[in-house]
Design a protein. Structure first.
Length: 257
C-alpha cells in the first residue's frame, strides 16, 4: 500500500487521542528494548523514547513514505527500520502498536506470534480501530463490490468476504489469558470526530480506509471509485455535519516472569 503522510495527518489531533490513552495504560517498568509496530511517521515512537530514556526503542513500519518523515535526532536510543510486523525479529520488554494490527488477519494467531517475542515480565500494549460495522465502512465495502473486477477480487482485510479481523475487548482478553497473560486490561471507547458533511468523512477515510483500494487502482478508476463512494456517503449523510462515533479497542497485558 502507498501511504500519504500529509493526508493521514490532516486529522492528527483526532487520531492522537486514542494513543494518549494507550500510553497511559502502560505500566512504569524498567524496559530495556521497546518496539513500536506500525509506527508510521514515528511521533508516538519518539514519545516512547522520551518516556523510557534508558530503553532502546525501535519504530518498525512497512511504508517508506511514512518512515521518510520519522525523526530519531536527539535521542540516541531511538531508531527506525522498515519491515513487516509478521517478520518481526528480536525480543522485547515492551511491544506497542497503535492502529496497525487491524490490517493483519487472524488476531489470535497474530497475538500468539507476538507473544513469543515478548520477554518474561514484558508488556504488550495495543490499540486497534473497531469501526468495521459503521455505515462509512459498509458503504465502502459496497463500493468495492461494485469495482470487484478492477480490484481483482481484493478485500480490505484479506479475509473471507472482507470481514474484519478485529475482536471484541472480551475476546482479546480471553486470547491473552490463554497465552498466559496477567494484569489484562481490555476496553472499548468511542472517540467522536465531527466532520464537515460527507466530504469531510471522505477526507478522513482517504488517510486510512481508502488507501488499500486506491493503491490498487489506476488514476481514472481511482477517481471513479472515489466518486461512487462519495455518492453513497452523501445519500447517508446529506447534511453539512457528520458526527463520526469512532470506536477503538485498547488492551494491555503482561507476560509473567
Amino acid at each position: 500500500m502507498t501511504w500519504n503522510p500529509e493526508q493521514y495527518h490532516r486529522h492528527r489531533e483526532a487520531r492522537s487521542a486514542p494513543v494518549r490513552d494507550l500510553m497511559a495504560m502502560i505500566p512504569a517498568l524498567p524496559y530495556r528494548d521497546v518496539v513500536d509496530l506500525g509506527c508510521g511517521t514515528g511521533e508516538h515512537t519518539r514519545a516512547l523514547a522520551e518516556r523510557f530514556r534508558d530503553a532502546q526503542v525501535l519504530g518498525l513500519d512497512s511504508s517508506t513514505e511514512m518512515l521518510a518523515q520519522a525523526d530519531a535526532s536527539g535521542l540516541p536510543g531511538l531508531r527506525f527500520g522498515r519491515g513487516d510486523i509478521l517478520d518481526l525479529a528480536g525480543d522485547y520488554d515492551l511491544m506497542f502498536s497503535n492502529a496497525a494490527l487491524q490490517w493483519l488477519p487472524d488476531h489470535p494467531a497474530l497475538l500468539a506470534r507476538l507473544w513469543e517475542r515478548l520477554r518474561p515480565g514484558g508488556v504488550l500494549a495495543v490499540q486497534v480501530p473497531a469501526n468495521h460495522d459503521h455505515d462509512s465502512h459498509r458503504l465502502l465495502t459496497e463500493t468495492a463490490n461494485e469495482f470487484a473486477a478492477e480490484l481483482g477480487g481484493f478485500t480490505r482485510f484479506g479475509t473471507a468476504h472482507g470481514a474484519s479481523p478485529v475482536l471484541t475487548p472480551a475476546q482479546y482478553a480471553e486470547v491473552l489469558d490463554e497465552l498466559g497473560g496477567v494484569e489484562i486490561v481490555a476496553l472499548s471507547r468511542v472517540y467522536p470526530v465531527v466532520l464537515p458533511g460527507a466530504e469531510g468523512l471522505l477526507d478522513w477515510t482517504r488517510g486510512t480506509a481508502l488507501v488499500p483500494y486506491l493503491s490498487r487502482l489506476g488514476e481514472r478508476d481511482g477517481e471513479r471509485f472515489v466518486a461512487a463512494y462519495l455518492d453513497r456517503l452523501r445519500s447517508r449523510w446529506p447534511g453539512e455535519r457528520v458526527y463520526y462515533a469512532f470506536t477503538r479497542v485498547l488492551f494491555t497485558a503482561r507476560k509473567p516472569g
